[in-house]
Design a protein around this ligand. Structure first.
Ligand SMILES: [Zn+2]
Length: 368
């Protein structure tokens, strides 16, 4: 494969891995490596806008929880309150299931945060008994969860609290570790250092952690970085390298070049070529497993695209049932490929769903 839309499907890279690529009406994913915190994968069969949307959705739209408000009872350490609050906000907290296990506080009826929209943490540390000349490291492991207002079953002897169906759903989907600092209780993980206390200094704070997305503040980002690349040989000439004397020597190829075919020096430039394979390297901060970040991002993209389609249909008065009848599901031929019905030609697929094929080619986000 060479990353071009006009390439034959199922080409072989020099690395000996068969990668699905080329003209297709279904996105395809090849996972190269996966662990709890990092996934390296290839995405092919989509256009660039789609691939970049997936990257941006993983970074900016997947909800996590973070400390957003801090009440200071006591702070006699050298770090001022504002800086300490900022550092607390950046500590990653376990956010598995935050999508369904917690409300956005703006959607909640409570006044100042409750069990259904907030996790409350306390940091109470004192270096009163420290030997002179020593320092005490204050880390994220010392944050402890305390009950938020309206926590169900606060009184084990009383009747169960009266809660609605929505609240019952939230309670059922709640991860027991939701809001715990990432790595707490794991001897192999290094905790985040917040401050250092000298003799007699102390900190006592109550922190309110809310659900949010990183479109509002980067602290809610579930990933630390996403490596994103296409066309490692720059055959499409989307990049113009700046160089001193020799561009090839000064810009070494990325590791992804082994999955594509090197261009011939005599090869004429193909003006119709479009990128076909995108290389991702997603690193989680630990608040959500990286596979869940990917899955949630796909679901969020489906919802967002469905809203756009619905808005367009409402605006234009298009009949949704008519569109439904025009849809063509992709046919799988015994596992050896897809039929590419609905496409005008090899070079046309890069136009995406908005091109000649439209949603009729089976790419509708409304139909998974
Ligand atoms: Zn609430």
């Amino acid at each position: 494969m060479n990353g071009y839309g006009s390439a034959a499907p199922n080409g072989n890279g020099d690395a000996g891995i068969t990668i699905p690529a080329g003209v297709t009406n279904q996105p395809r994913v090849l996972v190269r490596s996966l662990n709890r915190d990092e996934v390296v994968f290839h995405l092919s069969g989509v256009d660039m806008a789609y691939a970049n949307s997936l990257r941006r959705t993983m970074m900016a739209d997947v909800p996590t929880i973070c400390i957003d408000q801090v009440a200071f009872m006591q702070n006699t350490c050298p770090i001022p309150d504002e800086m300490l609050a900022h550092r607390l906000g950046l500590i990653p907290l376990i956010s598995r299931g935050a999508g369904k296990g917690l409300r956005y506080t703006r959607d909640c009826d409570c006044d100042e945060g409750c069990y259904y929209c907030m996790v409350t943490l306390r940091l109470k540390v004192s270096a009163a008994n420290l030997a002179r000349g020593n320092f005490m490291a204050i880390t994220s492991d010392m944050l402890e969860i305390i009950p938020s207002p309206n926590t169900p079953q606060q009184n084990p002897y009383g009747p169960p609290p009266e809660i609605g169906d929505e609240e019952r759903d939230i309670t059922a989907n709640r991860d027991p570790d939701l809001g715990q600092p990432v790595g707490k209780g794991d001897p192999t993980a290094t905790p985040v250092q917040i401050a250092r206390l000298g003799v007699g200094q102390e900190i006592e704070v109550i922190c309110k952690a809310y659900k949010g997305i990183s479109k509002h503040h980067a602290k809610w980002q579930p990933v630390s970085a996403i490596g994103f690349e296409y066309d490692p040989y720059n055959k499409l000439r989307h990049t113009d390298y700046w160089f001193e004397t020799d561009a090839e020597a000064e810009w070494p190829l990325s590791s992804n070049h082994v999955f594509e075919t090197a261009p011939e020096s005599t090869e004429p430039f193909d003006y119709n070529a479009v990128p076909g394979t995108y290389y991702y390297d997603v690193e989680s901060v630990g608040s959500i497993p990286v596979t869940s970040v990917f899955e949630q991002a796909c679901d969020i993209m489906i919802d967002n695209l469905a809203q756009i389609i619905q808005s367009v249909q409402e605006e234009t008065g298009a009949d949704a049932e008519e569109d439904e009848a025009d849809m063509v599901e992709p046919h799988i031929n015994g596992g050896d490929g897809y039929e590419y019905g609905g496409y005008g030609g090899g070079d046309q697929w890069g136009g995406g769903g908005g091109g000649g094929g439209g949603w009729g080619t089976g790419m509708s986000p409304l139909r998974r």
